[in-house]
Design a protein around this ligand. Structure first.
Ligand SMILES: NC(=O)c1ccc[n+]([C@@H]2O[C@H](COP(=O)([O-])OP(=O)(O)OC[C@H]3O[C@@H](n4cnc5c(N)ncnc54)[C@H](OP(=O)(O)O)[C@@H]3O)[C@@H](O)[C@H]2O)c1
Length: 349
C-alpha cells in the first residue's frame, strides 16, 4: 500500500509543490485547506484528495486526518497552540514536517530581519547555519511565535519532526509574489527601474519546489531536526532584475542606485537589504537533498503566471501578504523625483 501524506495548508504555493513532488514519488496525498482557493484540476486528476479543514477549529484536523497518515506536512503553523494541536494527533501520524521561517535568526544585539526597519539591520554570518542563535520564544512577533512553535514541537512531540526554515519563498500561486515588484513596473511601462544598494543585496530565495524536494527526503528518512532551505545559489537583486527583464523582454533601464542608508528611500525591492541574508543549507544536502530547481529556472513560470493573471482584479486582494507591507511598493512619484534630481545633477556638472 502506498504511503499516505496529509498536507495542512495544501493549496498554497508550498502545499501544491509538496503535493506534486509526493504524488510523483508514489505517495497518496490529501490536501487540506479552508476552501478559499481550490487546488488545480490537474493535481486532483493525478489522485490528490482534498478535504476542508480549518486548523483553528479544534476538531477539524482529527476529522480530516481520518485513520491517520504516514506523514503530516504543516505549512500553516504559526505558534505554540498549533504545535499543541499537532501533538494531539501524533498517535495517528508517522512523522511531521513543519514550515517555520529563517526570520527567527538574530544577531548579538538581538536584531532581526523583520524588525530591522525599527532596530537596524542585523549583522549575521554569511551563510547562516541552523545553529546560529535565534530570538527567544514568546508572543511578541511572527518570529518569536515561530520559535515558540519550534521549541514546543521539539520538546513535546515524540514522533519524528523536521522543521524547515525557508527564506524568501517563491512559486506559482503565491499570495506573496515578490516578483510582482518588477513585473508590475514592466507592465506599467516604467522606463527606468531603480535598484537600491546597486542591486547587490542577497536575500536568499527558496523555491516552493525546493522546499518540496527537501520535504520528501525528510519524510522518507524521518528524524528530529531543524533545516534551512534556500535555492542552490542566492541571487543578487541585480540578477533577479536581469532574469525577469530578460524573460519579459523589458527594454527600459535597470538603474543601480548608491544609497547606503537602511531602509533606502528609492529602489527598495522586497529583497533589498544592506547586508546578505543567506542560509547555510549544507545540513539539507547531507541528508540527501538535491535541489529541484534554481531561481533562474523557477522565476520564469512565476513571471508568466503574474502576467497572465495581472488583469484578474485588484492585486492587493490577490496578494494580501505583499499588500500588507508597511510601505507603498509602487510609489512611482518618488522614483520620478529621484530620476529628475539625478538628471539635473548630471546636467549641472
Ligand atoms: N512567503 C515567504 O517568503 C515565507 C518565508 C518564510 C516562511 N514562510 C512560511 O511559509 C508558510 C506559508 O506557506 P505558503 O507560502 O505555501 O502559504 P500560502 O500560499 O499563503 O498558502 C497557505 C495555505 O494554507 C491554507 N490555510 C490558511 N489558513 C488555514 C487554516 N486556518 N486552516 C487550514 N488551512 C489554512 C490556505 O488555504 P485556504 O486559504 O483555502 O485555507 C493555503 O492552502 C508559513 O508557515 C510561513 O510562515 C513563508
Amino acid at each position: 500500500m502506498s504511503r499516505r501524506a496529509f498536507i495542512l495548508g495544501g493549496t498554497g504555493q508550498i502545499g501544491l509543490a509538496v503535493a506534486d513532488a509526493l504524488l510523483a514519488a508514489g505517495w497518496t496525498v490529501t490536501l487540506s485547506h479552508r476552501g478559499a482557493h481550490p487546488p488545480p484540476d490537474a493535481l486532483v486528476a493525478r489522485g490528490a484528495r482534498v478535504v476542508e479543514v480549518d486548523r483553528d477549529s479544534p476538531r477539524d484536523l482529527r476529522w480530516g486526518l481520518g485513520p491517520g497518515a504516514d506523514a503530516l506536512i504543516d505549512t500553516t503553523a504559526y505558534d505554540q497552540e498549533h504545535g499543541r494541536q499537532l501533538q494531539s494527533v501524533q498517535g495517528s501520524v508517522g512523522s511531521f514536517v513543519v514550515i517555520s521561517s529563517a526570520s527567527v535568526y538574530r544577531d548579538r544585539l538581538g536584531r532581526t530581519l523583520d524588525e530591522a526597519p525599527e532596530t537596524g539591520f542585523p549583522e549575521l554570518p554569511d551563510p547562516i547555519p541552523e545553529t546560529h542563535p535565534t530570538v527567544d520564544p514568546g508572543p511578541a512577533t511572527y518570529s518569536t511565535r515561530k520559535i515558540a512553535l519550534e521549541r514546543y514541537l521539539l520538546d513535546e512531540i515524540t514522533a519524528p519532526v523536521t522543521i524547515l526554515r525557508p527564506c524568501a519563498v517563491h512559486g506559482v500561486g503565491s499570495r506573496h509574489p515578490r516578483e510582482w515588484w518588477f513585473v508590475k513596473r514592466i507592465l506599467d511601462h516604467r522606463r527606468a527601474i531603480p535598484l537600491a544598494y546597486r542591486g547587490t543585496s542577497r536575500f536568499h530565495t527558496s523555491a516552493a519546489a525546493n522546499i518540496a524536494a527537501l520535504t520528501r527526503i525528510a519524510i522518507e528518512t524521518p528524524g528530529r531536526r531543524v533545516l534551512n532551505i534556500g535555492d542552490p545559489v542566492a541571487p543578487s537583486v541585480a540578477e533577479i532584475a536581469a532574469l525577469i527583464a530578460q524573460h519579459l523582454g523589458y527594454d527600459g533601464r535597470i538603474v543601480e542606485v548608491d544609497e547606503p542608508g537602511y531602509p533606502p528611500s528609492v529602489g527598495r525591492t522586497p529583497w533589498s537589504l544592506p547586508r546578505p541574508f543567506v542560509l547555510d543549507c549544507r545540513a539539507a544536502s547531507d541528508l540527501g537533498y538535491v535541489p529541484a530547481t534554481t531561481y533562474a529556472d523557477a522565476v520564469r513560470p512565476v513571471c508568466d503566471w503574474l502576467v497572465a493573471t495581472a488583469g484578474d482584479g485588484d492585486w492587493k486582494e490577490r496578494f494580501p501578504v505583499l499588500a500588507a507591507y508597511k510601505r507603498d511598493l509602487f510609489d512611482y512619484g518618488v522614483e520620478e523625483r529621484f530620476f529628475r534630481r539625478a538628471t539635473t545633477m548630471v546636467r549641472g556638472r
